[in-house]
Design a protein around this ligand. Structure first.
Ligand code: FE
Length: 209
């Protein structure tokens, strides 16, 4: 059976049907279009992506956490106004204009999601992982956070409350994980190595030394 050309709702007159279905391909198509129109410079785009993927990454956030673990004054400043505290460490940039730090304790475990899209504190953690942007994580983190945490290998005591923070274009969250036992003698650099990306999203714990 040949294609029924009388069905104009799916015909070639409708530009959106020309877009490929996969999100990555759609993004590529949009990028090509913007480049052709001279609205974006491809070299600038590549530089931005390289910066956040390879040069920033989650190590900045790990240094912030290690400092919060070892310097009570910095910890207080971070919890009071994270944007200012991390800017003093040179960790200010786009997608990180308003950062809020939330600290895990024996009674509260914090977890971050963006239910709308994929808002994330880029200057501290780099580019978000694929799962953070997935429909499944965005829906389930709110509905069944404990189950999602279990799938990440995180099982919390029953008395620990789970608090889920929904990021927006305005506010990005950084989770300060609990400092593991037995890390007392370590310097800041060694402590930062215990802080995983996932622990700063709240989907993991800092690793034991
Ligand atoms: Fe978002």
């Amino acid at each position: 059976m040949p294609h029924d050309h009388s069905d104009h709702s799916h015909g070639p007159d409708h530009p959106h049907t020309l877009l490929p279905p996969e999100p990555a391909l759609r993004v590529r198509a949009l990028e090509t279009l913007l480049e052709r129109k001279g609205l974006v410079d491809p070299a600038a785009l590549d530089a931005i992506i390289d910066t956040y993927e390879n040069r920033i990454g989650p190590r900045g956030g790990a240094q912030v956490v290690a400092r919060a673990w070892t310097e009570p004054e910095f910890r207080a400043a971070l919890l009071e106004d994270a944007t200012a505290a991390v800017a003093d460490m040179g960790l200010y940039g786009r997608q990180g204009e308003h950062i809020v730090a939330v600290e895990n304790t024996g009674t509260v475990h914090n977890m971050v999601v963006c239910t709308l899209c994929s808002c994330y504190p880029w200057p501290l953690l780099g580019i978000p992982p694929g799962w953070y942007k997935s429909d499944a994580y965005r829906a389930r983190a709110v509905r069944e956070p404990r189950k999602v945490l279990a799938e990440f290998g995180v099982t919390l005591p029953r008395e620990t409350a789970v608090r889920v923070w929904d990021s927006t274009a305005e506010v990005r969250y950084l989770v300060v994980p609990r400092r593991p036992e037995g890390a007392e003698g370590l310097d800041k650099e060694a402590l930062a190595a215990l802080v995983t990306r996932d622990s700063m999203i709240g989907c993991g714990l800092a690793v034991n030394p």
